[in-house]
Design a protein around this ligand. Structure first.
Ligand code: GRF
Length: 209
């Protein structure tokens, strides 16, 4: 990347251990992504994703308590949108964020929110997709990075990668294998977005390279 290349400002939302966040931070630090993570937010006060970000000197904040489990109150989500906007964020990356994104955030960042899901969508949307895959008995599952719309794991697909399911897999072993692929695919999708290489036409995302 050349020194005067434009660098986009990235905000990350997560609820858990933040290994995808770490992969994106590393790719930015290595100059693989023309982007900079400026803010990490979590709906879980003691989520390790916040700790990871702070260790790298990145501003990291707890969103605040919420009465719901699967979404934020509209006022709370407005606050999240405001914090991201005030930080100058241009791309919102959901990295293990366990709530459904609603209108306040979608309106503030149209076409600028992406998510990673641990299956080959549209198979196995929703929670614990690797367990769903094991229960169903598929031989191949995978990873999907997609734009976020008002549905659950339903937006236009940016990248997908397959992961094999082995006969002796446990939920833990399969999820661990899926995560190895996630840590390659998510930084690559963010790189493409930051480089202006993604064009959305209806449900289809064209990658310009
Ligand atoms: C990943 O498997 C991701 O696909 C799913 O939640 C998990 C988050 O893991 N949405 P981490 O917090 O990034 O380690």
């Amino acid at each position: 990347m050349s020194g005067d290349a434009r660098v986009i400002r990235i905000g990350i939302l997560g609820s858990g251990k933040g290994s995808n966040c770490a992969a994106i931070l590393d790719a930015c630090a290595a100059g693989k992504i023309a982007g900079k993570v400026v803010l990490v937010l979590s709906d879980v006060a003691d989520a390790f994703i916040l700790e990871r970000a702070r260790q790298k000197g990145i501003e990291a904040r707890f969103i605040g308590p919420s009465q719901f489990k699967t979404k934020l109150e509209p006022e709370r989500e407005e606050q999240v949108a405001r914090q991201l906007t005030e930080a100058g964020v241009e791309l919102v990356v959901l990295a293990g964020y366990m709530r459904v994104v609603k209108a306040p955030l979608l309106r503030a960042f149209p076409g600028r929110i992406i998510n990673i899901h641990p299956s080959l969508l549209p198979s196995f949307p929703g929670l614990r997709a690797w367990e769903q895959a094991l229960r169903y008995g598929v031989r191949i599952t995978g990873v999907t990075v997609h734009f976020v719309d008002e549905g659950v794991d339903s937006g236009p697909i940016i990248l997908q990668s397959a992961v094999p399911v082995f006969p002796n897999d446990t939920p833990e072993s399969l999820h661990a294998r899926i995560q190895v692929t996630e840590h390659q695919l998510y930084p690559e999708a963010v790189r493409l977005f930051a480089a202006g290489k993604l064009r959305v036409a209806g449900r289809t995302v064209k990658v310009l390279e």
